[in-house]
Design a protein around this ligand. Sequence first.
Ligand SMILES: Nc1nc2c(ncn2[C@@H]2O[C@H](COP(=O)(O)OP(=O)(O)O)[C@@H](O)[C@H]2O)c(=O)[nH]1
Ligand SMILES: [Mg+2]
Length: 361
Amino acid sequence: MPAVARVAAPIAPPAVPRAAAQAAPITLEQKDAASLATAHTGAVADPATPAPRSMRDPAAAMAPKDELGAMRHELQDLRQWMQSQMAGLADAGPLTPVGEQLQALGFSTARARQLGSQALNLRGALAAYLGKGLQVAADPVSAAGIYALVGPTGAGKTTTIAKLAARLVLRHGTAAVALITTDTYRIGGVEQLKIYGRILGVPVAVARDGEELQQHLRDFADRRYVLIDSIGLSPRDARMAEQMQWLQALGEGVTRLLVAGAGLAPTAYAELWSLYRRLPVAAAILTKLDESPSFGAALQWLVEGSVPLWFYTDGQRVPEDLHVPSLAKITALLEHDPVTRFDSFPAIAAAPAAAATARTA
Ligand SMILES: Nc1nc2c(ncn2[C@@H]2O[C@H](COP(=O)(O)OP(=O)(O)O)[C@@H](O)[C@H]2O)c(=O)[nH]1
Ligand SMILES: [Mg+2]
């Protein structure tokens, strides 16, 4: 399994030398943010926090002795006071403009309020939150192994398997990859994967029970990558428990990836996670970002549930619409900027013709 790395925030604030930082004047931006936040929320000064010295005792600020030192202290006081006022806004009152943007993107009101009160703009808020909390892998599914995709029906498991398989075939050739499906209940479930297998030139095996699954895995022991497609069922369906048992029985020999649409409600992510986390699940793949431009709820689930994000998909094309996430790409998508689609995709020079022409049916 590739090492999980935290995304380095590329939009980190410029480093300020210590001496300069101490004497740094309050910038216009900072002042504006404070007055904006206050004007917007109607918040009044927290009586528990003493106001800066000059407000309490103007003579102190005008003392001629060591004027520069006095000004420095005054600025430190002012900065601390502003910070305490801004922090106080996190718990109550209307949202700041940045908070409103975050809420519109799907983040919960509480998180939008907190992040919105701490950042001067949307990009800063996202960089701070995602840069610290979103776990990604530099090159996911590069280690040889067995990978099982789980998740609700219609989430995009089969399509994503095809995209992943194409990515691996492009890198390692058809002999390195095999597919197995346990989706034998739905009409067309097996056929859908078999079509992709034919186009990509890789074998597809069908497992009707745990025994058959184990047997296919033995048969494919010489393949570097085995991808298992599964069926998503209601937790009340006995067949769901059955399939979960097959996958659980594989123990640590299989890496399970939870596939979920990017546009679900926060409660849907909580339910999904309570159902699938016990498999256990190594990471998530978010699908259909093209249909869900405001996927803050999904990101909040990933960050606060400590679920690494290995891939996201933003369309039905195989394999082009599968991407490895980075902070810059996720931020650009949230800001609804055009994103460079191919920068994470492997070189296509050695691509077999079949894989290069693979498309969804
Ligand atoms: N717009 C869009 N559609 C997708 C994406 N991924 C999958 N789909 C579509 O979602 C539908 C269900 O996908 P499928 O792979 O069969 O889901 P499964 O039931 O989880 O296996 C199909 O019509 C796919 O083409 C995506 O990233 N964007
Ligand atoms: Mg399927």
